[in-house]
Design a protein around this ligand. Structure first.
Ligand SMILES: *[C@@H]1O[C@H](CO)[C@@H](O)[C@H](O)[C@H]1NC(C)=O
Ligand SMILES: *[C@@H]1O[C@H](CO)[C@@H](O)[C@H](O)[C@H]1NC(C)=O
Ligand SMILES: *[C@@H]1O[C@H](CO)[C@@H](O)[C@H](O)[C@H]1NC(C)=O
Ligand SMILES: *[C@@H]1O[C@H](CO)[C@@H](O)[C@H](O)[C@H]1NC(C)=O
Ligand SMILES: *[C@@H]1O[C@H](CO)[C@@H](O)[C@H](O)[C@H]1NC(C)=O
Ligand SMILES: *[C@@H]1O[C@H](CO)[C@@H](O)[C@H](O)[C@H]1NC(C)=O
Length: 458
């Protein structure tokens, strides 16, 4: 009799305990190095739950429907290893980054190369550059990390297009791709950043020249305004790039800031590059840190319309802010609190599913119901970005060939392909179809349909 009276209370208590357990966020002490490492360990592990490339019958580094995202995962793994010393994922990282490098060593692997954008390729080049800069060991049989960055650079500069708008990289590589008639910010910003980083690592003048050339072209275009520091997203060649697509994305600002930070550091503190870093950083602060000083992609987060690509942007930018703080020491005090408040909010967003699943909108400071590899990667990056606040044996910044980097250089890497005008079409294989984007599928079926129509008509 008495017992039956206490059961409902006990039940309620148990339910409450389970519920509060389920809703537990990642417990993060922003001032504790171990706490940050634990947080990153949790989210990197969760991100790797979405990776099957090391399993029997699977392809290393392959993300068939979203090829570029492999580079985002591997950049997170590189930083995880760099900032924690945990080698758990190093082998998969090495194998995956080699496997996707393509026959020429320029991140144009044939399974994907017929429908890649310049931006897709450049993120892999930046991942290889990061491997070289963080002293991730070169493999014995394969391409060196530095040569993969150089190969990507070589294949992209050949595509510099002067048929309209006085220069610039097109968004897409091949004429049949939707977006071939556009020049977009992140493709040009990707090559700018890669050039700047190669310049600093190798001290080879050709990379400096290209970094300056791409900056100057962008500044002359509608994509970047060097008075207001407004950065647009894209521009259309059909009206000679007079108008711009103006969605505001963190990574468009971030990639130019990051490249400028490398040029500042490489030039041993040139004022012009400092002005550029500060201009972009100030504008980013006003545009993307509008809610409790927490980083957000304002174009898609409030309306909950971020796609997988967009969920990764602020993760990339978290890393770029951290490296900028190291390369341009005068920005450190501005960047540090932003990384801290963003990481604290992100940790609170990692309270989903009873297993610390992370959400998209960090600024909510609670799980928002979203889940995916992209959410886990971005959370990992913001936790790891805060590692710049701890002494890592004086060995924190990206190295160069003169400061301990020994990845083998090959200035002629990747020279074998990448010229769109001489590209010969490979037959459409199963692999191509499986990985094809919607747009490419429309193209292929549209073309097959048209051929069928002509044959029938004839
Ligand atoms: C967390 O739980 C969700 C839902 O059960 C699952 O999809 C996900 O793989 C889990 N994550 C980890 C890291 O175990
Ligand atoms: C693949 O990697 C995951 C996570 O790193 C690991 O748990 C798993 O054992 C690996 N699988 C194989 C077949 O090596
Ligand atoms: C390309 O596809 C083939 C066939 O599925 C596969 O064996 C190979 O590993 C793939 N290469 C890359 C770089 O994904
Ligand atoms: C700003 O860009 C214009 C070109 O659009 C250039 O002429 C000018 O020198 C630039 N100003 C600075 C301070 O870099
Ligand atoms: C360049 O970056 C390093 C950190 O990698 C930093 O110690 C150094 O002060 C920077 N140089 C300049 C001119 O700011
Ligand atoms: C590069 O340096 C690492 C240590 O940082 C060393 O293990 C490796 O053997 C070196 N590679 C070459 C090619 O010298």
């Amino acid at each position: 009799m008495q017992l039956s009276g206490t059961w409902p209370i006990l039940n309620g208590l148990i339910t409450f305990l389970i519920f509060s357990c389920l809703a537990r966020a990642i417990d993060l002490d922003i001032n504790d190095q171990n706490s940050l490492q634990d947080a990153a360990s949790t989210t990197v592990y969760a991100a790797m739950k979405y990776y099957y490339g090391n399993e029997t019958g699977q392809i290393p580094g392959a993300f068939p429907d979203k090829w570029w995202e492999g580079s985002a995962l591997f950049m997170a793994l590189l930083q995880y290893w760099h900032w924690t010393g945990d080698t758990t994922y190093n082998e998969e990282l090495s194998i995956g980054m080699q496997h996707q490098s393509g026959d020429q060593g320029d991140y144009m692997p044939s399974n994907y190369s017929s429908y890649l954008g310049n931006d897709d390729q450049s993120f892999w080049g930046l991942a290889a550059m990061m491997a070289a800069e963080l002293k991730f060991p070169d493999v014995k049989d394969g391409f060196s990390w530095l040569s993969l960055a150089q190969g990507t650079f070589n294949s992209q500069v050949k595509r510099w297009d002067t048929t309209a708008c006085g220069g610039g990289l097109r968004w897409q590589i091949f004429p049949y791709q939707s977006g071939y008639g556009m020049k977009n910010t992140v493709s040009n910003g990707g090559l700018f950043q890669l050039s700047a980083r190669l310049a600093r690592y190798t001290n080879d003048q050709q990379y400096t020249d290209w970094a300056e050339k791409i900056w100057d072209w962008t500044e002359d275009s509608v994509l970047l305004n060097n008075k207001t520091w407004y950065v647009a997203d894209s521009t259309d060649m059909s009206n000679d790039c007079k108008t711009s697509g103006n969605y505001q994305w963190t990574y468009n600002y971030g990639t130019y800031m990051m490249g400028a930070a490398y040029m500042y550091n490489f030039t041993n503190g040139d004022d012009i590059w400092l002005t550029r870093v500060n201009g972009l950083l100030t504008k980013m602060s006003k545009t993307f840190f509008i809610d409790n000083n927490v980083l957000q992609d304002v174009t898609c987060e409030p309306t909950e319309q971020c796609n997988n690509n967009e969920i990764l942007f602020k993760g990339l930018v978290s890393s770029w802010l951290a490296f900028t703080a190291l390369l341009v020491p005068s920005t450190y005090d501005t960047i540090k609190p932003k990384l801290q408040s963003s990481a604290q909010a992100a940790a609170k967003s990692c309270s989903g599913k009873g297993n610390n699943t992370c959400g998209v909108r960090w600024y909510k400071s609670e799980w928002d119901g979203w889940q995916g590899m992209e959410e886990e990667i971005s959370a990992s990056n913001i936790f790891l970005a805060n590692m710049i606040n701890f002494d890592n044996g004086g060995d924190t910044g990206p190295v160069t060939a003169d400061t301990g980097g020994n990845s083998t250089s090959n200035p002629n890497a990747g020279e074998g392909d990448g010229d769109s005008s001489s590209h010969s079409f490979a037959p459409i294989s199963t692999g191509d179809k499986a990985g094809a984007s919607i747009l490419t599928l429309i193209f292929v079926f549209g073309w097959v349909g048209a051929m069928g129509f002509m044959l029938l008509g004839g």
